[in-house]
Design a protein around this ligand. Structure first.
Ligand SMILES: Nc1ncnc2c1ncn2[C@@H]1O[C@H](COP(=O)(O)OP(=O)(O)O)[C@@H](O)[C@H]1O
Ligand code: SF4
Ligand SMILES: [Mg+2]
Length: 353
């Protein structure tokens, strides 16, 4: 991919809230959870966008809002330039063929009473009602082969398959109608570590072969590292940073992104101690009572009075990435001079030692 490829999906200031009742017995106590709170991003043709953030930060709600599975209260979702949120149900359903989803829990998201052949064929029957039985069966067998399943297993039931195989069924079902964008919501989180790489590689191969755009959601930066062209980091319903993959991993600018990267352990005690200073402290705040100002302020080692008062907007950096932090410029400069001083020290030591 490159960001010079045309945009297929444009999401602008998207907001999704839920009302929850935390009261007991006869006393109601209603609260609003801003699950997605003003999220904006684009997806380009043939691009893989990774979306990362701790559990509860709104990744699934964002995915579901894009597909119209949950109602957005504000904002825009445009597919190939056309706003989806203003479409009526029938028009939206037709567009839905272009955008398909792969779910987190492979076994749980497949109907246990249907054979895998019927499961994969279901979207075909919805979107291509005039296809003959023979054509449907042929297409389903072709899809099974493409995702690494044996076409002879077409009449088996989901419970006869392993978790990894069930996810292959989920992927075949998503791809059977030739979508242009596939939203994968933590497609490997429920799988054994040994199987995860196989499914990630399968998705990556299919993306390349079919020139798909992919949104790949994970709660962990290490999973999306190898597949994403760009990565968007979310926290409590908001975007903290959006950058090219290498920039996110090598030069993270937002204190939260830095903390996420620091929390991946490395087997070197000295480096590990240095990293621990920047690692993530404390728990994620309750979405029922999010912090004022910057949502990350309660865990950020650099928070000051302004951070508690004012929400930072997502700003463009000189490198073309976007960061939501009042102080990212000073922090980046400070980090650069610290690194320069360290390497001067090391050079000095080498000369004297
Ligand atoms: N149907 C719902 N009703 C009420 N709250 C919800 C619902 N779905 C999600 N939430 C809340 O919205 C927030 C975001 O959830 P979710 O999108 O599932 O996050 P993630 O996928 O990042 O783990 C969480 O606080 C979650 O509890
Ligand atoms: S705005 Fe303030 S609290 Fe938020 S990430 Fe930046 S420095 Fe930390
Ligand atoms: Mg989720």
């Amino acid at each position: 991919m490159s960001s010079s490829a045309p945009k297929v999906l444009e999401v602008r200031d998207l907001k999704v809230s839920f009302t929850v009742d935390t009261g007991r017995l006869f006393r109601h106590d209603y609260h609003t959870i801003k699950a997605v709170d003003g999220v904006s991003f684009d997806v380009h043709r043939g691009e893989i966008l990774g979306i990362v953030g701790e559990s509860g930060c709104g990744k699934s709600t964002l995915a579901r809002a894009i597909l119209g599975l949950v109602k957005a209260e504000a904002g825009e979702v445009a597919w190939l330039g056309q706003d989806l949120l203003s479409l009526d149900e029938e028009a939206f359903r037709k567009k839905r063929r272009d955008i398909q989803m792969v779910f987190q829990d492979p076994s749980g998201s497949l109907d246990p009473r249907m054979t895998v052949g019927e499961i994969i064929a279901e979207p075909l029957r919805t979107f291509h009602p005039h296809m003959s039985e023979l054509q449907v069966a042929e297409r389903v067998r072709g899809m099974m082969q493409m995702v690494g399943l044996l076409p002879d297993q077409i009449n088996r039931y989901p419970h006869e398959f392993s978790g990894g195989q069930c996810q292959r069924v989920g992927i075949a079902r998503a791809l059977v109608v030739n979508p242009q964008l596939v939203v994968c919501d933590e497609p490997v989180s429920a799988l054994d570590v040994s199987i995860q790489a196989q499914i990630v590689n399968l998705l990556k191969d299919l993306q390349k072969k079919l020139n798909l755009s992919l949104i790949f959601i994970a709660h962990d930066l290490s999973v999306v590292r190898h597949v994403s062209d760009r990565v968007m980091v979310m926290y409590l319903g908001q975007v903290m940073e959006l950058a090219d993959r290498d920039q996110i991993y090598l030069e993270p600018k937002h204190p939260y992104t830095q903390a996420l990267i620091e929390s991946v352990p490395i087997p070197d005690p000295v480096l590990e101690r240095a990293r621990a200073r920047r690692a993530l402290q404390g728990d994620i705040p309750s979405p029922l009572h999010p912090p004022t100002g910057c949502v990350f302020s309660t865990r950020c080692p650099f928070a000051d009075a302004m951070c508690v008062q004012k929400r930072p907007s997502l700003e463009a950096t000189a490198q073309g990435s976007q960061v939501a932090c009042h102080h990212f410029r000073e922090l980046t400069e400070r980090q650069a001079s610290l690194e320069a001083a360290q390497s001067a020290d090391q050079a000095g030591e080498a000369e004297h030692g």
